[in-house]
Write a protein that binds this ligand. Structure first.
Ligand code: FES
Length: 116
């Protein structure tokens, strides 16, 4: 079964099956938003906070996800699978970089050539 995942920081949405982690689902579709690191639960760059919806999570190292984090529904996207539609927000040190990446670039200035 597939569920809709919304990354709130950049309004990205993608479908993710219950057999995939949130990170795998995003990468498989070539989407961006969740920072990608080791893909194995070791580096912590894929930290997200689940703001709505249900999920299952594999064991996560206390060095990257504390008990306090877990109580706030902060998980590693590479260790978490959806069981309903989810909204997530990227948190931690990569959040600022994501905000910058998701900003819309200003359109190039149009120059008008003088007609001779
Ligand atoms: S990508 Fe390294 S912990 Fe998820």
């Amino acid at each position: 079964m597939r569920h809709r995942v919304t990354i709130e920081n950049c309004n990205e949405t993608y479908p993710c099956s219950e057999q995939q982690t949130l990170l795998q689902g995003m990468e498989q579709l070539g989407k961006r938003g969740i920072p990608v690191g080791c893909r194995g639960g070791g580096c912590g760059v894929c930290r997200v906070q689940v703001t709505s919806g249900n999920f299952l999570k594999a064991k996560m190292s206390r060095s990257v996800i504390s008990e306090a984090d877990e109580s706030k529904r902060i998980v590693l996207a590479c260790r978490c699978t959806p069981t309903s539609d989810l909204s997530i927000s990227v948190v931690g040190k990569m959040e600022k970089a994501l905000r910058a990446e998701c900003q819309v670039e200003p359109e190039d200035e149009v120059s008008v050539a003088a007609v001779v």
